[in-house]
Design a protein around this ligand. Sequence first.
Ligand code: BYC
Ligand code: FE
Ligand code: FE
Length: 474
Amino acid sequence: MAIDYQERIPNNVDLAENRTLQRALEHWQPEFLSWWKEMGPSDFLEREVYLRTAVSVDAKGWASYGYVQMPDYRWGIFLNEQDANRTIGFGDELGKPAWQQVPGEHRSTLRRLIVTQGDTEPASVEQQRLLGHTAPSLYDLRNLFQVNVEEGRHLWAMVYLLHAYFGRDGREEAEQLLERHSGDRNKPRILGTFNEPISDWLSFFMFTYFTDRDGKFQLKSLAESGFDPLARTCQFMLTEEAHHMFVGDTGIARVIRRSLEVMKELGTDDPQKIRAHGAVDLPTVQRYINFWFSSSLDLFGSESSSNAAAYFATGIKGRPDETKYEDHLALNQSYTLERPDGQGGITNEDVPLRNAMNEVTRGAYVKDCEIGLTRWNRTIQKAGYELKLSLPSTRFRRNIGTWAGITTDPAGKLITAAEFEAKKDSWLPSESDRTHVKSLMKAVTEPGKMAGWVAPPDRGINNNPVEYEYVKLH
Ligand code: BYC
Ligand code: FE
Ligand code: FE
């Protein structure tokens, strides 16, 4: 049976010539499809969705738009073009040729990182599987599905690496990526945030703003890897990631805009009145920010990590935008970390810079998160209100690292567990917040129409109007 691989699985990895890889993927692909049907977007599988598909890595081919039924989406395998002279950009191997094969001594570490990355991609699809039933517009429904198919493609990207470079144990890991499930008591996804339910659209916007942004920074670090196929894979994934964060950024902005409209109309900022009018009050937006930001911070790992130091030393995982730094060795330097002193105070501790790489990456992430807040606050200010949204302290509500289990207020001040308990409903989404947000989640399916809790977007997708029929439901 002759299969046109380029047609079925668009790729730039010579799949048509690689029999071993073909065999592995032919075995895995049906399992992926049944996973998609069972654990992916619930219903809508026969609907025509206006999606972008990557059919090549050049400017023309990476965003090709058209109506597709999701199970027919062409999940392709793309790596950025190879630079034959690429050398390792950091760590003890600085300047040596990048690895085109997996060095034996780094095999299990690389496999683990690829599996951890790969695990998050299908996890997010599982987390979002019911959202299609309550989309605030066809435009949003389409964006959800776009994000979902691309996270599916990111899974393919990691499975390609496992199949092509890790032999039999790679194939086994690839199968397990379809066997762990988000929130599953017995076989959960690897990282905490990916087991949190995303049952409403405000959470979806927060997730794509804050958690996909963790993806951006982790991918940037892996895009520096000495293992060249991993680096090139992540470089290409980053082009798609921008849209996911756009969905979050503009989604939150639209919720805020709608809230401000209602505040103006009613002449009040009383949350109860805003709610009664079918919008989301800004304090609730703040609590959702507090929840998803703190959860996403955990994804960077411990502040001081010997794993992170070893990844850097060996050339496996660099800093995001490593070329920006002058010194790529990061030796004989220290980084000052704060930690609780065990007596209710905070103390400083110097650790070798290499051990602090998770914190360096987290710091770059926090700065990037702030950009959206500045923009949203400008909108609020322009509307004539004083309220300012903010990111909570990086010490707030942490479950991983130095601050795990330490109770602080959103400003980062240490408080007792009892104080935290007493205040937590004003800092994190409460039952009543969630119930209210959930009550707003009703599907709007007429082209161009929006649910009452969210303002329309400024423009449509790929130069189409907002009223375009982005998903054909009939
Ligand atoms: N939950 O030294 P430590 C994305 C584990 S998002 C549970 O602190 P290390 C996407 C850690 O594995 C990007 N466990 O951490 C977004 C370690 O386990 P072992 C995902 C956690 O190793 C939206 C132990 O705790 N990509 O793409 O320096 C939609 C202590 O290790 C957590 C990656 O994460 C946690 N939050 O670094 C779709 C990149 N944090 O070894 C997709 C790959 C830590 O004791 N992963 N642990 O069993 C990595 O680079 C690293 O594994 C980490 C942690 C950054 C996660
Ligand atoms: Fe992804
Ligand atoms: Fe993403």
